[in-house]
Design a binder for this molecule. Structure first.
Ligand code: HEM
Length: 322
């Protein structure tokens, strides 16, 4: 490449990274009359968490489903036929009402200032701290997008190998380490028997076969009590982490996968695959390390393809474009 071409390439690169660079700590300081935007978000999340602690799982999962589909642009929040929200993997995403409540309060205090996409990221951050997880700062200044299409919702499969998961997040600029950290979000929340029945009753397409990579005691418990082999158990809840830890953001998830107790195949694959096992071991053996690095992966996820400056819009309500 000639010197001129190199200069142009560098200038284009600088422009391309300009979007993310203009996110700022405390972007809303002094912009919402006398209100402290982050404090308003936090107080609403806190009140909701006190009534409904699982919102930590809803908001954490929402951040993931939001940010991997065309970036963190509030696209998941839009109602209507054919929007991101209607894509099959998004049908079980919850927590939209918390975002709407925060937005309504902020619109009352300062209309047209705070984006829905920032609310999503701030609310998830606050819920994580309330659930015993780490506290961390996030940059704000995201704008809401004008696109929301179910056909864009390319979410990872539950039976992804570790390599597939790493490649998926790699496309978003995240590392293998980040991938293992992000899956650690399964330290909270639940899935349903319908999602894991093939692991229990027809592994590898063989009727009656159970995944040998699942701890036999856990397989027994699931088959006997949690997910008996009848259609009526499809909606039963399965905790992604141990039940006692299912509302706590901690590193117990990694200890479970060391013991072959990962609920989704992709969880277990992080340990079974030698390329990511060392990361699981590191995080399982050091609760403090998980606390200090989990936020880094969440922050990276929260800055994927964001709109800033004059891009997009600040919605009046989160479930409709202006
Ligand atoms: C390969 C990647 C991933 C796959 C295949 C995956 C898949 C799933 C599935 C199937 C469920 C259960 C849904 C249901 O039964 O209703 C779930 C729940 C959940 N996921 Fe993931 N996930 C992945 C990565 C992530 C990431 C990166 C995060 C967040 C940073 C996350 C956060 C959650 C949370 C918190 C829940 C519990 C939701 C609740 O209790 O309502 N997941 N995930």
């Amino acid at each position: 490449m000639g010197a001129a071409a190199l200069m142009v390439a560098l200038a284009v690169l600088a422009l391309a990274s300009g979007g993310a660079a203009s996110l700022q700590y405390g972007f809303y300081k002094g912009k919402c009359n006398s209100s402290d935007v982050e404090a308003v978000v936090q107080s609403i999340v806190k009140a909701r968490f006190a009534r409904e602690a699982p919102i930590v799982a809803y908001l954490l999962r929402m951040q993931f489903h939001e940010c991997v589909i065309n970036g963190c642009d509030g696209g998941l929040l839009i109602d209507g036929p054919g929007t991101e929200k209607t894509a099959p993997p998004n049908l079980s995403v919850k927590g939209y009402d918390v975002i709407a409540a925060i937005k309504a309060e902020l619109e009352r205090r300062c209309p047209g200032v705070v984006s829905c996409s920032d609310i999503q990221i701030l609310a998830a951050r606050d819920a994580i701290a309330l659930a015993g997880g780490p506290t961390y700062s996030v940059r704000t200044g995201r704008r809401d997008g004008r696109r929301s299409r179910a056909s864009d919702a390319n979410l990872p499969g539950i039976d992804f190998t570790a390599a597939q998961a790493v490649a998926y997040y790699g496309k978003l600029g995240l590392s293998a380490f980040d991938t293992v950290l992000l899956l650690g979000a399964h330290t909270v929340g639940v899935t349903h028997c319908s999602v894991i029945k093939s692991r229990l009753y027809s592994y590898g397409g063989k009727t009656g076969a159970t995944d040998p990579k699942l701890d036999p005691y856990y397989a027994f418990v699931y088959k006997t009590w949690v997910c008996p082999n009848t259609p009526s158990s499809d909606g039963n809840v399965v905790f992604l982490d141990d039940q006692w830890s299912a509302l706590r953001v901690d590193n117990n998830y990694y200890k479970n996968i060391q013991r072959r107790r990962g609920v989704l195949p992709v969880d277990q694959n992080l340990y079974n695959d030698g390329s990511t096992r060392w990361i699981v071991d590191l995080l399982a053996n050091d609760a403090g390390l998980f606390r200090s690095v989990f936020p880094q992966a969440l922050v990276k996820l929260s800055e994927v393809n964001v709109l800033t400056g004059t891009q997009g819009e600040i919605r009046k309500v989160c479930n409709k474009f202006n």
